[in-house]
Ligand binder design. Structure first.
Ligand code: GDP
Ligand code: IMO
Ligand code: MG
Length: 412
């Protein structure tokens, strides 16, 4: 039999097609053993990527989700903003689970440091939005916006700075942050965080761009782990209810310093329905019983903040737009099993001039698909649902999730 993974080629990116939490972590974990390197490209600890292996749950915020495979090299690219205590905590948690990631971890010297004061500014800005505009963005309060603001303002501090004197760096930030935001920096605590990180990570900080290109020349395979998702992209998402980084394929390549022609495939990850955390438009949202049913069956509570996720039906225009911007070559449609009890499944086909969703109703299958691993074993209506997505988007539904576990996936 032909290897179904051959079509991915040497450099494959996994990118969220909706508003995040589509199940990127799970597919990364599944594919990682077929690649030499797994690389996170952008974002920060606003990401929460969950994987379930033999019933045990692991949540990754900064480390790539491929880290569980002991032969995989893991890279944290230039585009990230790194909260160092969170990274150290993640490394420690894995070590407690018997996985030593440190010797195979490479962190870009160009990645930016996200300080505790960035979180304080994030909280202060959200509070101001609530007071002045009636509502905030609903950020994860992980300091993401302010860290990227500093980066864009050319006031940020990169990982390479851990090689030099730290006290003057903090004094400069303390003066600036007090002046601009009225936020007081706890310099002693920040210094302790930096020193702890330096002690553990100094030797892991390197030129990851050069390293990735060198490995490519040696025919090594790279799996790129996107974070957040296309509809949260700073340029192409539902602005201003977006995150502060470029979350698309182009942003991922930029974040790793890889040229577009290096890429051989791009997997778009989309739930068989849709969710969103935080504020902002969501035309196919459903409230009431149907929304509650999706939330409970899908376990739709944030992996980073624990917030209940807003739930709704699939939006074909959103999938088409994400596929267009990212050039998806394959879909991973996840959480098909969550729809198992629905008698009929509405799908949003467009938005009317009054902003309301235009629906098409597809028949449900009312039978369990949990754990099914062959497309032919799916009930006919489920097959037709997936074929409908393929026809409407022009992208093949190659992987189909039928449960949270690593093995609960159809590979076609
Ligand atoms: P990510 O941020 O894109 O990696 O997604 P999250 O980990 O935040 O959220 C996805 C959630 O759905 C996690 O709890 C996964 O364990 C779970 N999950 C992923 N794929 C499936 C699936 O096919 N079926 C079900 N029932 N759960 C899934
Ligand atoms: P993963 O990688 C879901 C959302 C937040 C908020 C908006 C801005 O797990 O899919 P931020 O803290 O980034 O300034 O918040 O973006 N958000 C996510 N929602 N999954 C994520 O990541 C998210 N990362 C950010 O909820 O609405
Ligand atoms: Mg998530």
């Amino acid at each position: 039999m032909q290897n179904p993974f051959a079509s991915l080629g040497h450099v494959c990116a996994v990118i969220g097609a909706q508003w995040g939490d589509e199940g990127k972590g799970k597919v990364i974990d599944l594919l990682a053993e077929r690649f030499d390197i797994v690389a996170r490209a952008c974002g920060g600890a606003n990401a929460g990527h969950t994987i379930v292996v033999k019933g045990k749950k692991h949540v990754f915020h900064l480390l790539p989700s491929g880290a569980l495979h002991s032969n995989t090299t893991v890279v944290i690219g230039s585009g990230l903003v790194l909260h160092l205590p969170t990274l150290l905590e993640e490394i420690r948690t894995l070590k407690d689970a018997g996985i030593d990631v440190l010797p195979r971890l490479f962190i870009s010297e160009e990645a930016h440091i996200l300080f505790d004061f960035h979180k304080d500014i994030d909280a202060a800005l959200e509070e101001q939005r609530k007071v002045r505009e009636g509502k905030g963005i609903g950020t994860t309060k992980r300091g993401i916006g302010p860290a990227y603001m500093d980066k864009a303002a050319r006031s940020g501090t990169r990982m390479e700075s851990l090689r030099g004197a730290l006290t003057p760096v903090l004094a400069r930030h303390a003066e600036r942050v007090q002046r601009l935001y009225g936020v007081t920096v706890d310099q002693a605590k920040e210094l302790k965080n930096l020193e702890e990180a330096r002690a553990l990570l100094a030797e892991r900080i390197t030129d990851t761009v050069g390293m990735l290109h060198e490995r490519l020349q040696k025919d090594k395979k790279i799996l790129i782990e996107g974070a957040q998702a296309s509809l949260l992209d700073l340029d192409h998402g539902t602005y201003p209810y977006v995150t502060s980084s470029a979350t698309t394929l182009a942003g991922a390549l930029q974040g790793l310093g890889l040229p577009p022609q290096a890429l051989t495939s791009c997997i778009g990850v989309a739930k068989a329905y849709c969710t969103r955390v935080g504020e902002g438009e969501f035309a196919s949202e459903v409230t009431g019983q149907a929304g509650d049913r999706l939330r409970e069956r899908g376990g739709e509570y944030g992996s980073t903040t624990g917030r209940p996720r807003r739930c709704g039906w699939l939006s074909i225009p959103d999938l088409r737009r994400s596929a267009m911007i990212n050039g998806f070559t394959h879909w991973n449609i996840t959480k098909l099993d969550v729809l198992d009890e629905e008698a009929e499944i509405p799908v949003c086909m467009g938005i009317a001039s009054d902003g309301k969703a235009e629906w098409k109703k597809l028949p449900g299958w009312k039978t369990s698909t949990v754990g099914i691993t062959a497309f032919a074993k799916l009930p006919k209506e489920a097959q037709e649902y997936l074929q409908f997505i393929e026809q409407e988007t022009g992208v093949p539904a190659w992987l189909i999730g039928t449960g949270p576990g690593r093995e609960q996936m159809i590979v076609r």
